[in-house]
Write a protein that binds this ligand. Structure first.
Ligand SMILES: [Zn+2]
Ligand SMILES: [Zn+2]
Length: 274
């Protein structure tokens, strides 16, 4: 039976003879069903169409994993390699034997984590292809799992998935939206993988926070304050988003400064005439 993948968001659904009728993730106000309607592909079809995984190395021991041609939202997954095992973050919605082998060559994956449901991708299929490492899903986002499986482990608050890598559910974009903190990243200054829980902007000097990126729905000042404060509970210097976007240095201060600016705009403290 085909492994169904939503064409718009690239989140996997259970194996069934026919595709699902709808994708709940795309029906939600944070995503969208394209004007052309709900459509599906499958891992098998993508493989036959020549979709492949491409690797990059943004910094030592950190690898980017992208599908080419782009699928779904087009995220770049990240893989942190450590001597205790590797962590796959925001898995793309495509995997086959050849792509799994590329990732295996970088060492054993011991944890798969998505920052939030838009980034679930083919997380269970990735686990199957990599020897069944656990797939961590934030307890608060439990109901968004489209493909339930025994490899999924629900978690909350802070969890050290391997020594030196801690995931933290800070909420905002989704109730369980998470950040991963990599202690040894950025030459030991610390890295945060933020998905789009916090979104690094193009200048590398500001970030933003959104309930919905495609539909441009903002958050309240109170939620942005809470998210920024919670993000800075652990130290980091560099922040990577889920599209190759990055704050190279001083990212904790960037997050705070950006939150303060955002709060001023959405609370009416700033005026468009200033
Ligand atoms: Zn979808
Ligand atoms: Zn999202």
């Amino acid at each position: 039976m085909p492994h169904w993948i939503c064409l718009a968001c690239a989140v996997e659904h259970p194996e069934t003879p026919d595709p699902p009728l709808e994708c709940a993730i795309c029906l939600d106000e944070r995503q969208y069903v394209p004007r052309s309607g709900q459509a599906w592909t499958s891992l098998e079809r993508m493989s036959a169409d020549g979709v492949a995984i491409e690797l990059s190395e943004p910094e030592p021991n950190l690898f980017g994993i992208s599908a080419s041609p782009q699928i779904g939202i087009g995220q770049r997954s990240l893989l942190i390699t450590t001597t205790e095992g590797n962590v796959l973050w925001d898995p793309v919605g495509f995997v086959d034997a050849a792509s799994a082998e590329k990732v295996r060559r970088l060492g054993p994956v011991v944890a798969i984590v998505a920052s939030h449901p838009h980034m679930f991708g083919a997380q269970v299929s990735w686990s199957r292809a990599l020897g069944d490492p656990p797939v961590y899903v934030a307890e608060a986002d439990r109901d968004w799992v489209r493909r339930p499986d025994a490899v999924i482990r629900f978690w909350r608050d802070d969890l050290e998935v391997v020594p030196g890598i801690t995931i933290r559910a800070i909420g905002g974009h989704f109730p369980g939206s998470a950040i991963a903190y990599w202690r040894d990243g950025a030459d030991g200054r610390g890295v945060a993988l933020s998905g789009d829980t916090i979104f690094p902007g193009p200048s590398g000097k500001w970030v933003t926070f959104m309930r919905s990126f495609p539909n441009q729905i903002p958050m309240s000042a109170a939620v942005v304050d809470r998210v920024a404060t919670s993000a800075n509970a652990h130290p980091y210097d560099r922040m990577y988003g889920n599209f190759g976007n990055v704050i190279d240095a001083d990212a904790m201060a960037v997050v705070r400064r950006s939150a303060d600016r955002y709060m001023s705009w959405v609370s009416g403290e700033f005026d468009v005439l200033t």
